[in-house]
Design a protein around this ligand. Sequence first.
Ligand code: ZN
Length: 407
Amino acid sequence: MQSWPHPDVPLLPGTGIPLRLYDSATHEVRPTEPGPVARMYVCGITPYDATHLGHAATYLAFDLVNRVWRDNGHEVMFVQNVTDVDDPLFERADRDGEDWIVLGMRETALFREDMTALRVIPPAHYVGVVEAVEEIAELVEKLVSIGVAYRLEDGTGDVYQDVAAAARFGYESGYDHSTMLNFFAERGGDPERPGKRNALDPLLWRGAREGEPRWPSPVGPGRPGWHVECAAIAVNRLGMGIDVQGGGSDLVFPHHEMSALHAEAAADQWPFAKHYVHTGMIGLDGEKMSKSRGNLVFVSRLRGDGVDPMAVRLALLSGHYRSDRAWTSAALDEAQERLARWRDATARATGPSAVELLATVRERLADDLDSPGAIRAVDDWVAREGSDPTAPALVHSTLDALLGIAL
Ligand code: ZN
C-alpha cells in the first residue's frame, strides 16, 4: 500500500544518546539495543473514521523513537499495517450504506494526509490486510499444522489458537486471568463462544459468512482475525525479536499479547519483540477520547480550521507519551504561543550557544522520550539572549530532526 512522503530530517553534529524505553512486559525502562537496522512495528488504524488526536499522539511517540534511533546512526525499518478488513469497518459501511472498500480507502487517504502534515516519518512498508490475506492465511495454516490451532466443530470454519499450548502466554501484559478475561470481552474477544478449548483462545480465521467478505485459503474460505494479521505482516518484513512493538495502551491486551503468541508459536522462537511500548490515552473533558463516547477531535478538523499542524504536534508532545492526558483548547493555545516564540528566537541573527541545548534535548528524549523535558530546555534557550551567530540555525535543525517540529 502506498505510504506517505518522507519529511526532510536534518543531520545533527556530534553523536546521539542510546534510547531507553519503558517495556510493558518487564515493567521497566530498559535500553533499546538495535543492530545497524532498528526494527519497529506500530499497529495502524482501522480506517472507518478519521485520525483523532489519540491516534496522532501514538504515532508521534513512535516517530520520536524513529528520530532518536536515526540520530544514533541506525537505519530504521518501520512497518505499519492498516486493519482494512474488520467488523467495525463493515458495521460503519453498513450503517452509512457505503462500500467498505471505498470507506477504508478514503479514511486511509485522510490518515496519510494527517501524518504528512504532522511530519511523521512514514513506514518503509505500509500494509493493508486486503493485500496481505494470503500471507496471513499461510501463518494460520502453519499454526494448525504444528498443532497449536484448531478448527471449531460447529461447521463455521472458524479457527482458534490454543493459549494453553504456549508456556509463556501472558508474559507481555502480565495480567492475571480475570483481568485478561475482562479486556478480552471488552476489546473484540469472544470468551463465551461455545466449543473453544479455553475462553481466551483468540480467533485466527473466521469462516465465510453470508454477506461478509471472504477469501479462498488453505484453511478454507473466510477472513483473518485481527491479531494474526499483525503477526504475519510484522514477521514477514521484520523477522522475530524486533526492537519495538508499539501501539496505544488499549492494545496491551489482547492485541499485542495475541500477536506475540501467534508469531512465537509459528517461529518457535521467543520473543516476538524486545520492547512492548504503549502510549497513554488522550482525553477530552475528563473522558477518554473514543468513538463510543462520540468525543473525538480529528486532526483533519483542526487542519481544516486553519490550526498549524506543528502546533498540534507540539501540544501533544508537551505531555509524556505514557501518561493519560487531556486535550484542552488551553493546551493548543499554549502550543501556538510557544511555537511563535520559538520561531521568533530562531529567526534572530544570533542567540546563546545551542551546543548544550542539543545535548539536553538528546539526553531528555533518550530517557524514555521525555519530550516535556526537551521542550522545557528549548523554552530556556529561547528566553535567553546571546551572540552566537550559528546558534539559531542549530536550534532550528535540532527541533526539526529530533522533535519533528519544523519552524
Ligand atoms: Zn496490530
